[in-house]
Write a protein that binds this ligand. Structure first.
Ligand SMILES: Cc1cc2nc3c(=O)[nH]c(=O)nc-3n(C[C@H](O)[C@H](O)[C@H](O)COP(=O)(O)OP(=O)(O)OC[C@H]3O[C@@H](n4cnc5c(N)ncnc54)[C@H](O)[C@@H]3O)c2cc1C
Length: 486
């Protein structure tokens, strides 16, 4: 069924919250987006500059003069490959470090996409490094590459650690390949991924002890040390210390678990200093429920309501809405009030911080509707400037649909419930009935090209929506997609 819920005017609904858009806000969105794009260009520039800088270290050391013989040329190629490989690994770690400047500029998703795309090049360069060094050193000493590799392992201090590091990197990259990753549970993949830190740690000693480039007294050594230490500090602060501070500061505690449907429930929580999280409705946190059987498994969930700071009489409130998709989420339905919660976040760009336009269109399906509910509540727009499309098999699948309807009425949102089965043949994300009636995305959101578009729902469905959104002329910068898969 396709239904249009006509927005009521504020005169009919005087109790509704005042839409929070100042006249200058629309211009502010464009300015905010421009600033973000400049920051994104700056990060991209630094990303490209960093391997160039790594090679420059070697050129400044006189590396280019080492091409006089086959052995020297091969060794030089090996050194350059190793430098770029290590530089890419450090870039990958920085992208995964959840540094606010990077995540709030590129978005956590895009940062992780770049992180993943660097994995294979880094590994190939690492293998090339080992191979060319073995050939080059071997040619200089009259040994074949295999004998040279054995000789390096036995005779050169720290080299055995480098070999172990290579094996660890191979394990990490291979288990990250989509086809391999899908065969293992998330925890296995995560545990293997933690080996990256061991791989970096075991690769470092030979970088400083073998060869002259990073020998004591060279400025190149200081540069490389600073790069490694800055990366390690960023990881330690953002991935370990900051979440501990946030957990102690906000004192999040489960207050109750509310059933929404057979396999969906909301977890309501109280917390302190929630004014500091204002505007994060729709963004996600990693939640670790500190009770026996729960604490070891953190889950990413988005806020399904804007955080409510405490008043003189009521505590601060947070809420997430969870669909049971596996054992972990099934267990969460049995959480007891009073359970303490460790938090990491907020992350992601599913917020007003991503806005670049006055108009906004939100398209959600299934459990992906719930962050849209939070965003709809908090993001500023004038009545008539927001359109929401909710997709589900039937009305029961439009989770928090009643709350969204109330917000839509209060804030002048054009809301469509798109329910019913898909056409098995067309592969469209719209209901079969809507397609038969000749409706397309433009029928529901005619000005979509001029809007920020937020999409959240199952990956296959969202892919089809995104294709339609792009075909409707929405530039990538205006498209904001939250993935729920890993
Ligand atoms: C950014 C983001 C926001 C999300 N928001 C919501 C939400 O608001 N509501 C909701 O119902 N679901 C959300 N999800 C999906 C939700 O995290 C998974 O469905 C849930 O963790 C599955 O746990 P499980 O133990 O039941 O399933 P299993 O498949 O058995 O998962 C096993 C392990 O994998 C971890 N895991 C599973 N999926 C992911 C993932 N996508 N990223 C990282 N770790 C994962 C789980 O935490 C668990 O430790 C979100 C996912 C992401 C990435």
């Amino acid at each position: 069924m396709t239904s249009l819920l006509t927005p009521r005017s504020r005169a009919e609904n005087p109790e509704a919250p005042v839409p929070a858009m100042a006249p200058s806000a629309a211009a502010g969105f464009r300015q905010q987006a421009r600033r973000r794009w400049v920051r994104a260009d700056f990060i991209t520039f630094l990303g490209w500059l960093s391997p160039v800088a790594a090679v420059s270290l070697w050129l400044a050391y006189g590396g280019a003069s080492g091409f006089g013989s086959f052995a020297a040329a091969t060794t030089s190629i090996g050194i350059v490959a190793g430098l770029i490989s290590m530089d890419l690994v450090l870039l990958m770690l920085l992208l995964a470090a959840r540094i606010p400047f990077i995540d709030n500029t590129l978005g956590h998703d895009r940062a992780m996409k770049i992180h993943k795309s660097l994995g294979k090049p880094a590994l190939y360069l690492l293998l090339a490094h080992g191979l060319f060094i073995a050939i080059g050193y071997g040619a200089a000493e009259g040994l074949d590459p295999i004998s040279e590799s054995v000789s390096l392992w036995v005779n050169v201090p720290d080299m055995w650690l480098a070999y172990i590091s290579t094996l660890l990197f191979v394990a990490v990259v291979v288990t990250s390949l989509v086809a391999v990753r899908r065969r293992f549970p998330y925890e296995f993949w995560y545990a293997v991924h933690l080996l990256t830190y061991a791989a970096v740690a075991t690769s470092l000693p030979h970088q400083f002890s073998v060869g002259g480039l990073f020998a004591q007294g060279t400025w190149q050594r200081w540069y490389w040390l600073a790069l490694c230490m800055a990366t390690g500090s960023a990881l330690l602060y953002n991935r370990v210390l900051e979440p501990i501070f946030a957990t102690f500061r906000h004192q999040v505690t489960v207050s109750r678990v509310v059933r929404i449907s057979k396999d969906v429930f909301s977890i309501e929580m109280t917390g302190l200093h929630l004014d500091e999280l204002s505007g994060s409705g729709g963004r996600f946190f990693f939640w670790r429920f500190l009770a026996p059987g729960f604490w070891w498994q953190p889950h990413p969930f988005s806020l399904s309501a804007e955080p409510i700071p405490a008043t003189a009489t009521t505590p601060g409130k947070l809420r997430i809405t969870v669909r049971i998709l596996g054992e972990g989420t099934a267990r969460l339905a049995r959480l007891k009030p009073g359970t303490k919660v460790a938090i990491e976040g907020p992350y992601g760009m599913f917020s007003t911080a991503a806005r670049s336009r006055k108009h906004v269109v939100m398209i959600g399906a299934g459990i992906g509707i719930t962050p849209l509910r939070a965003l709809l509540e908090s993001t500023p727009f004038e009545p008539g400037d927001a359109t929401v499309l909710l997709r589900g098999h039937d009305e029961n699948e439009l989770f928090l649909g009643q709350e969204i309807m109330a917000i839509a009425e209060a804030r002048g949102v054009t809301l469509y419930h798109l329910t019913g089965p898909r056409s098995p043949k067309s592969g469209s994300w719209l209901p079969h009935s809507a397609q038969q009636a000749g409706f397309t995305l433009a029928s529901y959101a005619p000005h979509i090209a001029e809007a920020d578009v937020y999409v959240c729902g199952p990956a296959g469905w969202a892919g089809k929506v995104i294709d339609d959104v792009k075909a409707a002329g929405v530039p990538t910068e205006q498209l904001h997609y939250e993935r729920f898969d890993w």
